[in-house]
Design a protein around this ligand. Structure first.
Ligand code: ANZ
Ligand code: ZN
Length: 802
């Protein structure tokens, strides 16, 4: 009998929904398990073959957990505010809400065709007023605690999106979303004081199970450094304070630099003899992005201040002050002491402006180049501190500065407050009004949700105001505080707002009296396993940790961290190994794969494609291989034997497979778990027949990967009561898993790169998957296309990659 996936798959999807087997139960006696994927942005392009990779991976985990007796929450919803929808709406003259509705419908149909065990009863979109009511409510709590505030600031402005961008959204000086130039603009913006949580966002990484690379990226982004502030006295009698991570080098500070935006430049207006040159330089600098300004390779520029100088507090020498754009106003104090002997940028600047370079740590040749790698050096030219190690000098000089009242030790963070305003239509309205008398006044909670009004046009204005600003009926209102006339805020929230707390709403999605009930939060928190993209590490992942910590401090959520475990998947590339894109013509449409080969085949393939954490190129041959495996499984129904139980000679391979699938699916090795199932298939095929009990076990093990065909087989062959989704995950006996192992050599292009201990009866697919999972091998073939895979049983794997 041919396997008709087109009939079988939708049938089981309906049955699951009818039986409600994937509906999570609030307040069950079972242990809970909360698995989460990053909810999709319903773009106009529809689903991409990249989406099923994380969805299937956590579906395997969720389905297995249910079989293991857990009450599993595996929800999905839509992150649907944002620019692409708004831009599409502008171009095509449709309401963004309408575009969103259509896109969601299409996405939903596509995702449902994959048989992912999402609990659809908890679905919502961030654009639903019932949802964004609570996003606005959380904003108000942040506002009341002073963590949301309005400030005039120099912001990143995308010239094409006509919109403010957060620092995190500016990549290499261009807009992360559209690739256009980003310039600076002074605007009054809503800000979120994420900096208040900088230290806890670092410290609490110890509480969670995240990949090291994710922790490192977050720490790097937060950028904690320790050093000192030092006060220099200027000829004008002012105190010019700098931040330095190298107080030990103070004797080598031969000049100072202030950023072009430093407030003293206004204060010194009358004293500066070359004010025109200073003003001209300030104007130039304002046009550049921070990225351009701090680029290391760039030629240093600057202007010496004529008429104002400073004194090095330790040498007592008079030193010049410059303005230069390599010093940023937003970091430290916006001013530095320059130590050309031991800092590369200072060295380049000193060479250009012919400034003295004084060695204070021995070991380099500072007239040739800056000696920066000097942590183990010894101090020279540093008065009473000569002879100390760098480490001791840091301590001693800081102590000396503190005692003299001209400095103090200081911790600094690179992290900036989060720019929370967007001058666009399709976002959550910010629920505050401005009253001439009372200032910014929050709306009463009873007035939430503050709904987006219908507007005629969604075009942002060129002067950078939101389209809402034209809606005078909506804008003009009364002050909730004094009853006088007031104006609504017309900026909206950034797309990151809705995704900062959505995982909490899934716990209790229909609650109208709270964002979620205390019982629901206590029961489901924290998320047990959250998988998402590496690109969100310093954006969504950091923002949502911040909001959650705030809610924790207010006693509104039970745990300090939202996600216990985080993993990240690699991208799926085109057959040519390049990123899939329309322009490259290498896009694979999941609908076509589901239609031609079935969802089970697509799921198996995406889990088998390679190391889950790495990028992997799509392969049609691979898809066909997975379809063949599905068919071999289907044909097992033709060779059912009359014997009962698991036969002695197959006991070993069954126990080993149970162990392997159980363990590998916990550690992202979905590919080797499938390879083990293939090995089991071979063992059964060699035998020539299969007992019902063997088929029952095989079916349960395969079910999380290929849920439709396994249900069909279960029903067809009468393997047990109910659905496979309602069975119990099999256990294994460690004793019966013991096995002869052999060492095989792994080569890449004929060169030995690794050795692996594998079971003696390992089959080709499993051996190759194990070889590719070896970090040495995966590093070796990363970015290349595998053209041939050779297996010499019990001896060797050779992967030929170009
Ligand atoms: C003197 C010195 C000597 C420095 C030396 C470094 C090496 P991190 O480590 O990244 O925190 N700095 C301070 N504020 C700055 C600003 N607003 N714009 C540009 N640079 C700034 O960087 C701290 C170091 O960067 C500080 O330590 C300061 O230079 C510079 F051998 O002070 B240092
Ligand atoms: Zn008022």
């Amino acid at each position: 009998m041919k396997y008709e996936h087109k009939a079988v798959e939708p049938k089981w999807q309906e049955k699951w929904e009818e039986a409600g087997v994937f509906h999570a139960v609030n307040g069950s006696d079972k242990p809970k398990y909360y698995a989460l994927i990053e909810f999709p942005y319903p773009s106009g392009q529809g689903l991409h073959v990249g989406h099923p990779r994380p969805y299937t991976a956590l579906d395997v985990v969720a389905r297995k957990r249910r079989l293991q007796g857990y009450n599993v929450l595996y929800p999905i919803g839509w992150d649907a505010f944002g620019l692409p929808t708004e831009n599409y709406a502008i171009k095509n003259h449709v309401h963004p809400a309408e575009v969103t509705k259509q896109n969601i419908a299409r996405f939903k149909k596509q995702i449902q065709s994959l048989g992912i065990s999402f609990d659809w009863s908890r679905e919502f979109s961030t654009t639903d007023p019932d949802y964004y009511k609570w996003t606005q409510w959380i904003f108000l709590q942040l506002f009341k605690k002073g963590l949301a505030y309005k400030k005039e600031m120099n912001v990143n402005w995308c010239t094409s999106c006509k919109c403010v961008l957060a620092n995190e959204e500016v990549v290499n000086g261009v807009c992360e979303r559209c690739g256009s130039e980003v310039v600076h603009k002074v605007k009054s913006q809503w800000m979120m004081k994420i900096t208040e949580y900088a230290q806890r966002l670092i410290d609490d990484l110890d509480l969670v199970d995240y990949p090291e690379r994710v922790k490192a990226q977050q720490k790097n982004w937060i950028g904690r450094s320790t050093g000192a502030e030092v006060d220099f006295t200027t000829s004008t009698g002012d105190k010019l304070t700098v931040y330095t991570t190298r107080p030990d080098t103070l004797y080598g500070a031969t000049y100072m630099v202030v950023s072009p935006e430093h407030p003293y430049l206004e204060k010194w207006e009358d004293k500066l003899q070359n004010l025109d040159a200073v003003r001209a330089y300030q104007e130039q600098a304002a046009k550049k992005s921070d990225f351009e300004r701090t680029e290391l390779a760039k030629e240093k520029t600057g202007v010496k201040l004529e008429g104002v100088s400073a004194v090095n507090p330790l040498t007592g020498k008079e030193i010049p002050i410059f303005i230069s754009d390599y010093v940023l106003v937003s970091y430290g104090t916006g001013a530095i002491m320059a130590v050309p002997a031991h800092d590369t940028r200072d060295w380049e600047f000193a060479r250009k402006f012919d400034l003295p370079i004084i060695e204070v740590v021995q070991g380099g040749n500072v007239q040739e180049e800056a000696f920066t790698d000097c942590d183990t050096g010894v101090m020279v030219n540093s008065g009473i501190f000569d002879g100390l190690t760098v480490e001791d000098a840091k301590k001693k000089i800081t102590e000396y500065l503190e005692q003299s009242g001209i400095g103090r030790s200081k911790v600094n963070y690179k992290l900036r407050d989060w720019v929370f305003s967007r001058q666009r239509y399709w976002g959550e309205p910010i629920p505050v009004v401005y009253c001439e008398k009372c200032g910014w006044v929050p709306l009463p909670e009873s007035e939430l949700p503050l709904k987006l009004p219908e507007v005629e046009s969604y075009e942002p204005t060129d002067n950078g105001e939101s389209p809402l600003a034209h809606m005078t009926d909506w804008v003009n209102t009364t002050c909730p505080h004094c009853g006088g006339p007031a104006k609504r805020e017309t900026d909206t929230m950034p797309q990151w707002a809705g995704s900062s707390w959505y995982f909490l709403r899934y716990m209790d999605p229909h609650n109208s009296g709270a964002f979620a009930s205390k019982e629901a939060l206590d029961y489901w928190s924290p998320v047990d396993w959250y998988n998402g993209g590496m690109e969100h590490t310093t954006l969504h992942l950091l923002y949502s940790r911040f909001w959650h910590k705030f809610l924790f401090d207010q006693g509104l959520v039970p745990t300090p961290e939202p996600y216990q475990k985080r993993t990240s998947h690699g991208m799926i590339l085109g057959e040519n190994g390049e990123k899939m894109s329309k322009s490259r013509g290498n896009v694979v449409n999941p609908d076509e794969i589901v239609s031609e080969y079935g969802a089970d085949t697509l799921r198996l393939y995406e889990m088998f494609i390679g190391d889950f954490e790495k990028a992997a190129p799509w392969s049609n041959a691979g898809i066909k291989g997975c379809r063949r495996f599905v068919e071999r499984y289907w044909n097992l129904q033709n060779i059912i034997s009359r014997e009962k139980g698991v036969r002695k000679e197959l006991e070993g391979v069954f126990h080993k497979t149970i162990k392997k699938v159980s363990e590998d699916t916990e550690i992202l090795k979905f590919n080797t778990a499938i390879a083990a199932l293939m090995t089991l298939m071979n063992a059964v095929s060699e035998k020539g027949d299969i007992t019902k009990e063997e088929l029952r076990l095989f079916t349960i093990l395969l079910n999380p990967f290929a849920p439709h065909i396994t249900e069909e087989m279960w029903a067809l062959c009468g393997l047990g009561e109910g659905l496979v989704a309602q069975q119990t995950w099999p256990e294994y006996d460690e004793e019966k898993c013991k096995d002869d192992t052999v060492e095989i050599v792994v080569q890449v292009c004929g060169k030995v790169r690794s050795r692996l201990n594998v079971s003696a009866d390992i089959q080709k697919d499993e051996a190759i998957a194990a070889a590719k999972a070896d970090p040495k091998i995966s590093a070796e073939i990363a970015g290349k296309t595998v053209v041939k895979e050779i297996y010499v049983p019990g001896k060797l794997v050779n992967i030929v990659a170009k």
